[in-house]
Design a protein around this ligand. Structure first.
Ligand SMILES: [Zn+2]
Length: 467
């Protein structure tokens, strides 16, 4: 299995620390709103990674955190708490808001066919671990206290910014929100923020430094360590995380352990919609609900995500998603052929090998799908009995989560008997009856192709529901 490593800026072979186990941490959602499709592109791509690891014989242990406190409106730790701000707007407590959107997120993982097992720890359930980590940083001299909190002194960490190859001066001048003038270095970030005086926050905890709440970056360092240990195999997130969040996670964790936080760092590229980055603030945050409202299948969305490579900048368009939906229907009807044709194992096994190899080559999802498509075309062209190809279908389902097998139940007895009657009508050259039966079958979402070699071949007219 080969993966591009942001740390070395090279494609590397995965060499897990304790193979066949592979520890994977993905920076998860901040639960103050419905995730938009840009977020889902990232999460689905790591689901594709986990599925590929499993199919390659590894045993991935996947942790994706839920940020329910401490993420400020600027990733660089300035501005308001995203959750507190959204809660005030919705007239809810921060706890209610976080509970609602966490539950929504977990439900959506299931609706989107995310593979399990996955663990999704919440930051608010791990405050003690975060305080402990800050204490260790304090003991080692990496922290200082100013009016609004305990900060990490980035000048004390010799390699700060190396990961992102940051030009720190350039980065800082680009910050939108005015830096806190008390900070020693503009790249310093909050480990613990004090609750503002006279303000009762919904979410605040006692700590050795006073009442307050943890910063966003410390939660990932703490939960990554708690669930996966000092050095993990793969740490992952969106490309946005490189200059601040992941740079800060490395500074926190490695200052305490003196070991690399992760062997491989993976980052997914941006998704553009109408040539703009998708973000809530731009008001183009399309959600899963918008997709469903347009009568599109969430599996078609999964397929759409897989059609572009995770490291390339991809575009979202409704046309593109509709095309993916048609492609999914084509896949589904290929799967439905297994009830109707005989098997030719030699063709399909070769296809399976090719598909898995593509995925093991830095998750080359577009090429893997092209290989699957060429198997479909081969079957269509040769018209030979390449029927039950079950192993390839199972593999594609395991890798892409499209439910091609589960989503294509055999047709019911009523449909079968209509097809038999139509067979008889055609033999008797009763074209009127034959056409009427075709219309009846269409009412059951079933179309018919009359072929010279195999007689009537049925297919789904639209993606079958309740699948
Ligand atoms: Zn993180």
């Amino acid at each position: 299995m080969k993966l591009y490593n942001t740390l070395s800026r090279q494609i590397e072979s995965l060499e897990p620390l304790a193979s066949p186990k592979v520890s994977v941490y993905t920076c998860g959602p901040t639960v103050y709103d419905y995730p938009h499709i840009g977020n889902w592109f990232t999460f689905i791509r790591y689901d594709l990674l986990i599925r590929t690891l499993t199919e390659s014989g590894y045993e991935p242990n996947w942790v994706m955190n839920i940020t329910d406190v401490g993420h400020l409106t600027s990733d660089a730790d300035e501005g308001e708490d995203k959750l507190a701000k959204a809660a005030a707007k919705e007239h809810k407590t921060a706890w209610d808001l976080a509970g609602y959107y966490s539950d929504y997120f977990l439900g959506a993982l299931s609706r989107l066919n995310f593979t399990s097992p996955w663990q999704t720890p919440r930051a608010t359930d791990h405050i003690a671990e975060q305080i402990e980590l800050i204490k260790q940083l304090e003991e080692r001299g990496y922290t200082y206290k100013i009016k609004d909190g305990i900060y990490y002194d980035t000048a004390k960490f010799a390699d700060y910014g190396n990961f992102a190859r940051l030009d720190l001066d350039e980065q800082q001048s680009g910050l939108r929100i005015e830096a806190n003038p008390e900070k020693h270095n503009s790249s310093d970030f909050a480990l613990w923020k004090f609750a503002p005086e006279g303000v009762k926050r919904d979410m605040e905890w006692d700590s050795p430094w006073g009442k307050g709440f943890p910063g966003w970056h410390i939660e990932c360092s703490a939960m990554c360590y708690r669930y996966l240990g000092e050095t993990i195999d793969i740490h992952s997130g969106g490309i946005d995380h490189i200059p601040v969040h992941h740079t800060n996670e490395i500074a926190q964790s490695e200052a305490v352990t003196n070991k690399p936080l992760a062997k491989i760092w993976m980052h997914t590229n941006h998704i553009l919609y109408n040539d703009q980055k998708i973000s809530k603030s731009l008001g183009n945050g399309i959600t899963l609900e918008d997709i469903a409202a347009n009568n599109l299948d969430l599996r078609a969305f999964r397929l759409y995500v897989s059609e572009s490579h995770y490291r390339s900048q991809s575009k979202f368009s409704w046309d593109g998603l509709n095309i993916a939906q048609n492609r999914l229907l084509k896949f589904i009807n290929f799967a439905a052929l297994r009830y109707q044709l005989r098997d030719d194992a030699a063709v399909t096994n070769l296809a399976s090998d090719k598909i898995l190899s593509c995925m093991q080559d830095d998750l080359n999802t577009p090429q893997a799908l092209a290989e699957f498509e060429s198997l479909i075309e081969q079957c269509e062209q040769t018209k030979v009995s390449t029927g039950s190809f079950s192993s390839t279908l199972s593999l594609v389902d395991s890798l892409f989560g499209l439910d091609l097998e589960k989503g294509t139940p055999d047709i019911n007895d009523q449909a079968k008997s209509l097809i038999n009657s139509r067979e008889q009508a055609r033999k008797a050259k009763d074209w009127v009856l034959s056409d009427r039966l075709r219309t009846e079958l269409a009412g059951l979402n079933i179309g018919i192709n009359d072929t010279a070699e195999q007689g009537q071949i049925w297919y789904y007219l639209t993606i079958p529901r309740n699948s």
